[in-house]
Design a protein around this ligand. Structure first.
Ligand code: AMP
Ligand code: GLY
Length: 421
């Protein structure tokens, strides 16, 4: 079959890498792809937000199946448009993708269907928001309701920080329309982990769990990023805990979403906090995590294309997934300056040597190729991923590979996986 993956990050490279191994995959395309994706798929220069361009390509090339990586095109309705022309796709409809597109919508779902989460209120008016802060006190969490590239959440230690956060998000419109409404939440305390389930409308199938590292520097210092590394499994999510999460959080969500006219299909990514009261939902994403997807794809033994197709075709009750017992760990290498301003075009060497290490794959994110050289072309650039018997072994192997990469303008955290090691 002919498959098209949408996206250009490390997540999409790992999806392409896994899909390309499937005997069912005859031709694999990726829009827009990157220099690493070129090794396993044909990159086509269509931006992820060019829905017309994607639909034209799908028709012109008789694509059988589209796998959507990032949230943007999902929220914009790519899967609905593919549905309308009879092309199978992996990912939720625009209505279901709104659970990531609006944090308030998800909180309302939690309240209605008794899904454990932090206490909250929604506001579209700054004075009322500040009055609520005055009543509740600090610490408190202020969130832009809409998509803000992972930056729309402000953890406030005192009331003044909270008032400033309201000004920043609502009055100064730091995130544009995404901050026209805010969600104000009680601050939860505990360890975090990401939980993933495939959902086909009827059946929900838990995947392995993962943990990511959001802060840019070692010891979780510095501003938050899209993720500087990740590993799987996450020790806190035992089999027993996974069953509890399915029971208390995922299954009620799927039933509730369907009852509210937003039936869910695709991968549901639950950001969870393990508090004294048990697992609580922080937020939903409607796609795989980046970088969490990279160690997950390394651990997947089953046919990835068959897994994604079974989800899109409503056959999840008929498949059983197999995973490597081994752990996997990803170290993100980013351009100096990220998550702030950074330069583009620096040359990266040593990728071949790193990729030749046993059980190592270097997934690319922001890279491009010019005259045979690989150049950095983004903030997060490489995802050095390794398998190992334990998280510690995978960590050691991944950093051995990092050491072989010669890129003076790049940096990485040196402590990915610390919690598990
Ligand atoms: P989100 O974009 O909603 O995942 O939030 C980003 C990060 O902010 C999360 O990974 C948590 O570390 C933190 N966070 C969000 N909501 C809360 C909350 N209610 N209590 C404590 N931390 C939170
Ligand atoms: N790693 C966090 C995310 O994908 O949202």
């Amino acid at each position: 079959m002919k498959v098209l993956v949408i996206g250009s990050g490390g997540r999409e490279h790992s999806l392409c890498w896994a899909i390309a191994k499937s005997p069912k995959c005859d031709e694999l395309f990726c829009a827009p792809g990157n220099a690493g994706i070129d090794q396993v798929a044909i990159s086509v220069p269509i931006p992820v937000d060019d829905l017309d361009g994607i639909l034209d390509f799908v028709a012109a090339n008789a694509i059988d199946f589209v796998v959507v990586g990032p949230e943007g095109p999902l929220v914009a309705g790519l899967v609905d448009r593919l549905d309308a022309v009879g092309v199978k796709a992996f990912g939720p409809s625009a209505r279901a993708a709104e659970y990531e597109g609006s944090k308030g919508l998800t909180k309302d779902l939690c309240a209605k269907y008794l899904i454990p989460t932090a206490e909250y209120a929604r506001f579209d008016e700054p004075d009322a928001a500040k009055e609520y802060i005055r009543v509740k006190g600090a610490p408190i969490v202020i969130k832009a309701d809409g998509l803000a590239a992972g930056k729309g959440v402000i953890l406030c230690r005192n009331e003044n920080e909270a008032y400033a956060a309201i000004d920043h998000i609502m009055t100064e419109a730091a995130f544009g329309d995404a901050g026209a409404e805010v969600v104000i939440e009680e601050m939860m305390v505990g360890e975090e982990a990401s939980f993933f389930a495939l959902v086909d409308g009827k059946t929900a199938l838990p995947l392995v769990a993962a943990q990511d590292h959001k802060a840019v520097f070692d010891s979780d210092k510095g501003p938050n990023t899209g993720g500087m590394g990740a590993y799987s499994p996450a020790a806190i999510i035992t089999e027993e805990m996974s069953a509890r999460i399915m029971d208390e959080i995922i299954n009620p969500t799927i039933r509730g979403a369907a009852a509210d006219g937003r039936p869910y299909k695709g991968v549901l990514y639950a950001g969870l906090m393990f508090t004294k009261k048990g697992p609580q939902l922080i937020e939903y994403n409607v796609r795989f995590g980046d970088p969490e997807c990279q160690p997950m794809m390394m651990r997947l033994k089953s046919d990835a294309l068959e897994m994604l197709l079974a989800c899109a075709e409503g056959r999840l009750d008929k498949i059983k997934l197999e995973w490597h017992e081994n752990a996997a760990l990803t170290v993100v290498m980013a351009t100096e300056g990220y998550p702030g301003a950074y330069g583009k075009g620096s040359e990266i060497k040593g990728l071949e040597a790193a990729g030749k290490l046993k059980d190592v794959v270097v997934f690319h994110a922001g890279t491009t190729e010019k005259d045979g050289s690989i150049l950095a072309n983004g903030g997060r650039v490489l995802n050095v991923t390794a398998l190992g018997k334990t998280v510690k072994a995978a960590q050691k192997r991944a950093y051995q590979a990092v050491d072989l990469i010669d890129w003076p303008q790049g940096f990485c955290r040196t402590d990915i996986g610390w919690r598990a090691v």
